[in-house]
Every structure is written in structure tokens, then in C-alpha cells.
Ligand binder design. Sequence first.
Ligand SMILES: *Cc1c(COP(=O)(O)O)cnc(C)c1O
Length: 822
Amino acid sequence: MTYKISKIASILGVKNVNLIESEISTLLIDSRRLSGSPSHTLFFALETKNNDGHAFIKELYSAGVRNFVVSKRLPEWENLPGSNFLHVKNTLRALQKLAAYHRSRFDIPVIGITGSNGKTIVKEWLYRLLQDNFNIVRSPRSYNSQVGVPLSVWELDDTTELGIFEAGISMPDEMGYLEPIIRPTIGILTKIGEAHQENFTSLQQKCMEKMTLFVNCNVVIYDEDNDLISRCADMMLLSQKAFSWSRKRSDAPLYISKIEIHEKKTTIHYSFLRFEHSVDIPFIDDASIENAIHCLAVLLFLGIHPEEISKRMMMLEPVAMRLDVRQGKNNCIIINDTYNSDVNSIKIALDFQNQRKMDRPMKKTVILSDILQTGIMPKSLYKRVAEMVEQSGVDKLIGIGHDISDNASAFKMEKQFFPSTEAFIKSGIWRNFDNELILVKGAREYHFEQITALIEERIHETVMEVDLDAVVHNFNFYKSKLSPGVKMICMVKANGYGAGAVEIAKTLQYHRCDYLAVAVTEEGLALRSSGISLPIIILNPEVNGFEELFSNDLEPEVYNFRILEAFIKEAESRGITHYPIHIKIDTGMHRLGFLPEEIPQLLGVLQSQKGLHVKSVFSHLAASESWIFDEFTNSQVETLKLASEEIEKGLGYSVYKHILNSAGIERFPDAQWDMVRLGIGLYGVSASGLKGLRNVCTLKTTILQIKNIPGHETVGYGRKEELNCDARIATIRIGYADGLDRKFGNRNGKVLINGKFAPIVGNVCMDLCMIDVTEIEANEGDTVVVFGETPSVIDLAESIGTIPYEILTSVSPRVKRIYIKE
Ligand SMILES: *Cc1c(COP(=O)(O)O)cnc(C)c1O
């Protein structure tokens, strides 16, 4: 569906502008996501804590975008002929207003889902359960924010028969903006938990805020046995239109009379309109049962026959909500996207593939199935997909399914088509994949997991999962603590604190980090050869690595006269001038750096040369995390302040000043100056105990063997531990050569299995160790968490008297890193 730009101006209340008429079909809020036809795109320049969309308008103009919604006027836009600027007070509110207008044009049922957990699963399950009855538009992935909801609703068009949207909030008053955009006719409240509680005074306040979504609904579905939810529903007069369910009250609209949990499925007995029925679902956990009951209520309300409901519910599958990157055979990298295949999620996956460009030239391949149930005519659908794939620079497309094969001519790159997954597998062409970055994306019916299984390298079963979304969250979390204009240096030394420097750096570069820093030149070279173009500081450069420093634009820390003079000589002999360096001052850590009394001599040397240019002057705090030493920390801050002023004065130009590490950012906001250096906090650990970070690294392994050992026998090398009673002992595939410290042995450490802790028994071996699972439901092959959310690296560090830094950086290179992203 398209809108004339003049119509959009009038919807947004923008007056007195001379517009060049154009048709708008696409809304854009992130300049990196530009695709499709730029001339039909309307860009909203949003201002967030971390970014200002106005800064990207010139770049978008060069790419062909002509229509902008802005809240600023910049002189640099005066020379952009042919463009339309709609000036509004608040660009986010304008986006929301346009979406609300769009929504108001449709008189169709719309399901609005909110709650603390389960929103995306309920949305995806309802989509599965109802797709035979309706042509559905739903939120892509978990697009449920102030920005995500308007973009989701924009997808409604004349063919849509049902909308399913989720709404998430983290602050009071937010739901008031989302309600008119979704304007649900059917509301579902999934669950109220502690998530995002920090901005609310009470759970009740948050619950009532969420329920604002339902004020115009015809019916509201919720669990009335939950006292908080039922009380809030009463207070908001929603109970009159409740289609609530209960396990206690037999005259509830939907009475759940009995829940029977079997080995692999659950039978839910219910009574509806006085008739008794039951459904089976292929899950046994509480959360899935609850989510399924919400879905059951919706289906009953929509008049779907109980027998039909039973048939469909048994087909439910877990909702995979993420992309992962795996090592493939023949030097391939596989991006496995198990999320449902639809146009929006293809776009997101292609973006992700572009971000993951590797250190060497690789062919970009996409394996794509038919896209099912979109309600769009195949011809225009695949034309749109072909445009997206082409714009994204894909070299080779493999299409699987009849529809995509029929539309083969739309695709202009190297291509091959197969009627089915089996036909593709039989063809054997996958054996020829070589040095390719392969995106595998198929509708669930196509079972592309069979394809990934063939082309992926079998992984050693001890893996470290690195959550890239959590890295971005933590990055933005610290960024939000900075005053405007303060630059962020992210520390990716020691292979990104163990998480993998290249992947972390790619993610940070995409999210517009300003600077990176590593310890040694080799680390900087590895980043450069993987395509990292951000400025990089080398903290401990060596005199003999100058050639590579210069030729790769790596910026050295200079900490004494020996290195300074050698560096000047090298620069001058190559005719290099103004090469950026960073001067380290020793303000009390007594590791590297010039002492304050050496500054006059330092200035003498710097003034008599032209090869080097001082870009920054900095120092490192010795104890920023601990309040006992605050006086000392403040003296370090003061010393650097004086030293940098003296240097600036002597040099006659200004330099960046920085001193704060992660704990420093948390505790000394007045010393942010020009830059800060974020390290451990990026990886999810707050040295000062700050809340709000997300866990990044999870070290996992599996159980190889379990056996019963009689009391009084010993376990492991050196017969260190004698059992004091009969025990079930499991052997897991991780040892000190993987980075599991020997000090964790003999019950000093514990791992997590199926939600319970199991102590480590006896000495840790090189590749294995043993754990006590006497009290735990555990089987061979089960997953064991060594660290992650729980136990955290902080817990582990405490139990053996070290620091989280050592735990993270000790994970051996032989442990595969797997990168995940929602
Ligand atoms: C490692 C390092 C940092 C980061 O420290 P965190 O405590 O991990 O935040 C900052 N500056 C320098 C010089 C470092 O070596």
C-alpha cells in the first residue's frame, strides 16, 4: 500500500510546505537498513540516547532517498535538490501517528499481546494455529517497542484479515502511545514478572500500565487465578469483558479442570460452554502450558471447533527466535536462521549476513525456501525478494520450492532451483560449497535443519555461546551513562576478554563505537584483516612491530622515552608526519607511563619533531571499583587533569583526555572528559555491582557418562576425594585444558544441570572432570552450564579467589565460540 507524501504531511499536521509529490511505501528508521526502492522510502530521523538519525540524511540522500521526517534544520541540507522535509516536533511521535492512522483504516480483528514473558511465543503460535483461517500480518520477531510496533502495523494491507501484534514497555506511560497504533479488538495478557521493573513503583503499577492496551478491546484474555492480574482487571473495569481462564473456578469462561503431564506431552482438560474437552500439547514445561492455554482461549473465542483445535495444537513446535553462526565444512560459514520465513525476517537475515563479512573474500550464498502464507501474489512477492537479495550483494541463490522455482527469472545472480529439500540434498551440489558465507533460511515445513546438518562442521561439544545482543545492550547501557559527545573506546584485548575479538569488533563497528583498543600489534592486525576500519589503539606496542603499525593505521600508546624516540625515528625516516599516538601518564598504578615530573622533558622531545601527533593523553585507574580507595582514585584523576593541561599548553593544540575504565564509568561520572575505555562491563560483568547488564558468555558442555559409585570409593586422579555415601557420578567433557581451573576440583566449584547445581568431585582432569548428580535428574548427553547467567563468572571467581577477568580470558581457544543473535 502506498501513501502520497502530501497525504502523510496532512496526517502529521505539517503545513505550509511545498512538496514534490511522491508515493511512499516503505518507512525507514535505520539508515543501514535501506533496501527496496529508495524513492518510495520515507526516513524518520529518530533521536535516541545513543544516536541521532539526522546525522544520516546526507548519506541517505546520496543513496536516493528523497523524503524525510525531521525535527531539526541543518544548513547542510540546503543543497539537496528534489527532497521533501516534513518538520515535526517529535519524529517518534510522528511515526506513531502515521501508524495509528494506517491502523484506523482497517476494520478487522486485531490481537494485541502484552505481558512480561511469552509474548513472542504466543504470537507465533497463534499465527501457526490460525493461518488456515486468516490472512495474517504479525510483528516480525519481537518488534514490540515504541518504534517496532509502528513498523509492524505498517505492514497491514488490503489483503489482511487478522493482525497479531505484541507490545512491550519498560517505562510508565508508554502503553498509551502503543494502544492507538495496535488498537486491539482481542487482548491477551501473558504474565507479569519482574522484567523492566526498575522504572515502575510497583508490580501493580506495571500491570495496570500494560492493561491500558486493552481499553478498547471487545474481549480480554488472562489467567484469573493470578491475584495481581485479576485485581488490576477489576480496577480497570476490564473484568466485564474478560474471557479469563481459571484452574479453580468451575464457572470461569474457560475452566481448566485438569492438567496431566506425561513423558513428552501434556493433556489439558477444560470445560467451555459446559462441554468437556481436552487438548494435547507436545510440551511439558509450565511456561509452554500457560502459553498454550492463552492460545486455546483465543481459538475458542474465534469459534474454532474443539476437535480442530486439538488437531492443530498437537502440531505446535518450539519457537526458535534467533540466528546463529556456525563453522561450515570447506571453510564455509553458515548463518542458520531458524526463525519463520517471511519477507521482514529475510531482510533482517540479509542485513546480518552483510555484517558478518569475513576476513577473506567469500562468496555470499543464500539458500531460501518458498515463503508461505504471505497473502501476496507469488510474482510480486519474489520480485520483492529478488530485489532485496540483489541489493544485499548476494552472489548465489539456491531456491527450494515450487513457487520460488516458478519465479526463477526474477533473480539476476548465479542461481539454482529445486522443487524440494530432498531434491536439493540428492543433487549433492552442497558438497561443492567452498569458502562461502551461507545464509540458510527456510519456512519450517522445508526442514532446512537437514541441510545445515550436512554442511556444518561437527562441533566439539564444549562451546562458549556469545550473545551479541547482550553485547549491544551493555554497550548502549554504558553509552547512556555518558554525557553527549563523550567517545567510547571498547577494549577487545585478550581476544575480546575471551569472547572473540573479531566478532565483537564487527558488532561494535556496526553499532557505531568510536574506538577499539587491544594489547598487542598482532591483535590489531587480526582486526584489520577482518575488515575492521575503526581507529585502533595498541596499548603495549613493541619497537620491532613499527612497519605493521604504520601500514595498518594502528595507533600506539607511548609510555616511555625509549619507545617515543624509536617511534619518532621510524616515522621521520619514512617521511610520515602527524602520526597519531596516545600518551600514557602513570598517575599511581605504577605499571606503564610517563611520570608527571617527566612531562617537561617529554614536551621537549615532542616539540622538536613532526612525525608524531598526540591524539590523546590518558591514564589508568588502579582501584576504581572500590570505595575504600576513592580518595586515591580522585588523586589519580586530578593528576591526569593537571598533566594533560600541561601537555596541551606545551604542544599548543588540544588532545583527548581519558581515564575511566568500566568501574570508573559506573562510579566517577565527573571524570568522563573526552573519552572512556569500556572493558569488562561490555562483557556483562560490573565490578562495582551495578544492575542492568546482560550476561554475554555462556560456557557449556555435555555429560559423557553417568554411573553409580558406592560410598568410600574415590573419584579421579590422586584419589583426592573419598565419597562419604553412595553417589551418582557424571563425567563431563571439560577440563583444565579447556580453561576450567584445577582449583574448582574437590567441591570448590559447581556446574548447572537442568536447573540444579552439581558439585565438581575430585581433581579436575585435563579434558574431563566429574560431578556429583546424586540429587539431580540427569542423563548422558544432557547440557551442563559451567558459567553463564548462573553460575555467573563472578560466582566462579569468588569460589577460587580470583577475578572474573581471569575466568573469562582463560577459556581455551579450542573451545568453539558460537555467536547468537535474536
Ligand atoms: C583493560 C583496560 C581497560 C578496561 O578495564 P575494565 O576494568 O575491563 O573496564 C581500560 N584501560 C586500560 C589501559 C586497560 O588496559
